[in-house]
Design a binder for this molecule. Structure first.
Ligand SMILES: *Cc1c(COP(=O)(O)O)cnc(C)c1O
Ligand code: SF4
Length: 380
């Protein structure tokens, strides 16, 4: 049997206990009633002094916001809760450490027209909106995300589409943001329809954390819209098994049932998911939901997030603990987006323990060794 999802959050003792079901569990209500101040959050979570200081000290640095759905997933009493740490600002965010940069992935120099980042030869990143239903405290794009809270205007998007149209080497467009599903249905249809009208665009990717932060956004209409413009790959962003609720599973089921491929990209976060058992549990749940783990991201060097970062060795140890021990479907690639925007690299643990002539010696997941013999060079 597939793993049963976690229960949905309980709102029976929340400020919204009397909101009718069909309103509370709708994406429109969730986004409209997004919590954006510590007073309201304090009605859901017992905020510590440190968390209150976090609000004061990060004001103006990076917007705070969370859907009632996601806030209710957090533990009301425990500040170390993995959901809570993703959404509540901490004072450390105000401290910029050595090596950190406002634009860690060098996106600005590669922004060829407004809101379009062209870093790789065959694919581009479209920043379609700067809004998100939840502002993740570790966001790598915090320099732009949530700044003005707007969608890119049709005129600005038109410039991006013109660029794609004029560059036949672009085979893939990644619709991102912000959260790609903050676009309304009509705007989404406009974006997907325009991209599909460009002959050389083969693949559309949509980057959204909505299945995690506001799963009710993934309506049948959205799933059908994506399917109608396929192949569309949805890249979502689960970081912790607790996020795999009935609602989240339903959002993923809708997408996959409509024929949309769903991949997950997690970010490795200190004290939240930097543990092989947690990542294994998460990925098991995702695969049960027909979502394939794609990348496990090393945290970027964005300003004010050093408290979330782990050493590279932690990620390598996690991959080492997964490969062979668990189904290969559950083993993501450990990905480092190198500082400066030169691109992503993937890391694997050291499986080769020796090389002599044509012989390569491997260690296996269970600690045994084995040799592989290269062929003799061809004589022709
Ligand atoms: C991450 C990223 C991509 C996609 O990279 P993949 O390795 O294909 O997933 C494309 N463009 C930009 C600018 C990116 O940051
Ligand atoms: S959903 Fe993505 S873009 Fe938005 S705040 Fe979270 S990490 Fe940043």
């Amino acid at each position: 049997m597939p793993i049963a999802p976690n229960p949905n959050p309980d709102r029976s003792r929340s400020p919204w206990r009397d909101v009718p079901d069909d309103e509370f569990w709708s994406w429109g209500w969730q986004v409209k009633h997004r919590i954006d101040d510590p007073e309201t959050l304090g009605q859901v979570l017992e905020l510590t002094d440190e968390e209150r200081r976090g609000f004061d000290e990060t004001r103006g640095l990076f917007r705070f916001g969370v859907t009632p759905y996601y806030a209710l997933l957090a533990d009301a009493r425990n500040p170390a809760c993995p959901i809570r740490q993703q959404l509540v600002p901490r004072p450390q965010e105000a401290v910029v450490r050595i090596g950190e940069r406002a634009d860690p992935l060098g996106e600005e120099p590669r922004e060829v027209v407004p809101n379009l980042v062209h870093r790789y030869p065959d694919r581009v990143l479209l920043l379609s909106t700067d809004r998100c239903p939840v502002y993740c405290r570790f966001c790598t794009r915090r320099r732009i995300v949530g700044r003005v809270e707007r969608q890119s205007s049709r005129a600005l998007l038109a410039e991006a589409f013109e660029y794609v149209r004029a560059h036949p080497e672009i085979k893939e467009v990644i619709v991102s943001g912000g959260d790609g599903l903050m676009l309304g249905d009509n705007q989404l249809e406009h974006v997907l329809g325009t991209l599909r009208s460009i002959e050389h665009v083969e693949i559309i990717r949509l980057a959204t954390r909505m299945p995690v932060t506001c799963p009710m956004r993934v309506t049948d209409r959205v799933a059908a819209l994506l399917a109608a413009h396929g192949p569309v790959y949805v890249m979502t962003h689960f970081n912790h098994p607790r996020e795999c609720t009935v609602w989240a599973a339903e959002a993923c089921r809708r997408l996959v049932d409509h024929g949309v491929v769903v991949y997950n990209q997690s970010v490795l976060l200190r004290g939240i998911n930097d543990d092989v058992e947690i990542i294994r549990d998460l990925n098991r749940r995702l695969v049960s939901m027909r979502v394939t783990p794609y990348y496990l991201h090393q945290c970027d060097l964005a300003e004010g997030i050093e408290h979330f970062r782990t050493p590279l060795a932690t990620g390598l140890a996690i991959i080492d603990g997964l490969r062979g021990h668990s189904s290969g479907l559950m083993v993501p690639q450990l990905c480092v987006d190198v500082p400066g925007g030169l691109g992503k690299v993937t890391l694997v643990p050291e499986w080769i323990v020796g090389r002599t002539g044509r012989y390569t010696t491997f260690r296996t997941y269970s600690g045994e060794t084995a040799e592989y013999l290269d062929p003799l060079p061809s004589e022709h």
